[in-house]
Write a protein that binds this ligand. Structure first.
Ligand code: FMN
Ligand SMILES: CCCCCCC(=O)C(=O)O
Length: 351
């Protein structure tokens, strides 16, 4: 595993470990996967403008998000069913993230009980919320996470139902035996697409933020924001922050790559809460570019499941270490002393 030097190396090793339908479920996107590809391509169109002789020395990667310390501006994105990639599931991920002082956003569809996850990490845990037609189910999940010590909620707003993921349709994808949501009542979860269609609430509007705030004391962030207009509405509705995300290209194919829309969201939020970004982050330089364009931090998706597949907690640790080392390298070599020092002058679109 230690010969994996990049997150792409880890992905290559993971592919050999996962069954083809599970690999496709993790790797795939919606439709023609244009948005999925664009999330990556956009990072390759940006160049860094390094400053020399700045005296910045070894950079400080630490940052604060919602009054909590993060060892680096990197967290784990919500990903359903870590148990698909490794039997220890989210507990292994939480251990690896916690040992590195990095936060984890736990999916409503986690394969591991919230209490078990909370028992193995002191780093911040946030709950990703899918709002069901049956609000009592959503409320029970939120209350359980709050009791377990979670620090924030992340409402996923881009999923009135699951996107058309053609790989899964072609594979007739169903969850592997033994994989099920550990924090929801027993039920038929075998087909994520069918469950999403039948159970997720397609009629949500901005009042859901107020409703969530009425049932919990936790701050609520909105994930899946891709326009300045919606960022403004999120803050007006009481959101504590937003996550610029197209769900890793898994919802509507043809929406823009997240890095492209980050500046308009940052401008709209105007410092009224943290702005995080996910989608296609695979290099330390990607993290630095996102910070330069105004993100407070990034979330990492698929590579975490790749790490789990190749070595459980040690594999996730390897993934996080690679990204942190690469970010350290990028900050050192651009003369960026701290996360707050990364600004727009650091980047330029393709010359
Ligand atoms: C297998 C898989 C499961 C996911 N499950 C969830 C989920 O339960 N809730 C959610 O809000 N987003 C989910 N996402 C989307 C991620 O949170 C994130 O937006 C995306 O993976 C980031 O892109 P990246 O994978 O390119 O880093 C999932 C993504 C993948 C690949
Ligand atoms: C009804 C939802 C099942 C799990 C969906 C996980 C997810 O968000 C994804 O992108 O896949």
């Amino acid at each position: 595993m230690n010969h994996a030097l990049t997150l792409d190396d880890v992905a290559g090793l993971a592919r050999a470990r996962l069954s083809p339908p599970v690999w496709d479920f993790v790797a795939g996107g919606a439709g023609d996967e244009r948005t999925l590809a664009a999330n990556r391509d956009v990072f390759d169109r940006v160049w860094l403008r390094p400053r020399v002789l700045t005296g910045a020395g070894r950079p400080g990667l630490g940052t604060r998000v919602l009054e909590a310390d993060w060892a680096a501006p990197i967290g784990v994105a919500p990903l359903a069913y870590h148990t698909m990639a490794h039997p220890e599931g989210e507990a292994a991920t939480a251990r690896a993230a916690g040992e590195r002082g990095l936060p984890l956003v736990v999916s409503t569809f986690a394969g591991t009980a919230f209490e078990q996850i909370a028992a193995v990490t002191a780093a911040p845990l946030w709950l990703q919320v899918y709002c069901f037609r049956d609000r009592a189910t959503t409320r029970a999940v939120v209350e359980r996470a709050e009791r377990a010590g979670f620090a924030a909620l992340v409402l996923t707003a881009d999923t009135p139902h699951l996107g058309r993921r053609l790989r899964d349709v072609r594979n007739g994808f169903v969850l592997p035996p033994g994989v099920a949501p550990a924090n929801l009542a027993p039920g038929d979860y075998a087909s994520p697409a069918a469950h999403g269609r039948d159970e997720l609430d397609p009629d949500l509007d901005w009042s859901v933020i107020g409703w969530l705030r009425s049932i919990t004391a936790l701050p609520v962030l909105v994930k899946g924001v891709l326009t300045g207009e919606d960022a403004r509405l999120a803050v007006q509705a009481g959101a504590a922050g937003v996550i610029v995300s197209n769900h890793g290209g898994r919802q509507l194919d043809g929406v823009p790559p997240t890095l492209r829309v980050l500046p308009e969201v940052v401008q709209a939020v105007a410092g009224r809460g943290p702005v995080l970004l996910d989608g296609g982050v695979r290099r330390g330089t990607d993290v630095l570019v996102a910070l330069a364009l105004g993100a407070d931090a990034v979330l990492l998706g698929r590579p975490v499941l790749h790490g789990l597949a190749i070595g459980g907690a040690a594999g996730v640790g390897r993934v996080l270490d690679i990204l942190v080392e690469e970010l350290t390298d990028a900050m050192t070599l651009t003369g960026t002393g701290s996360v707050k020092d990364a600004g727009p002058a650091l980047v330029r679109e393709q010359w």
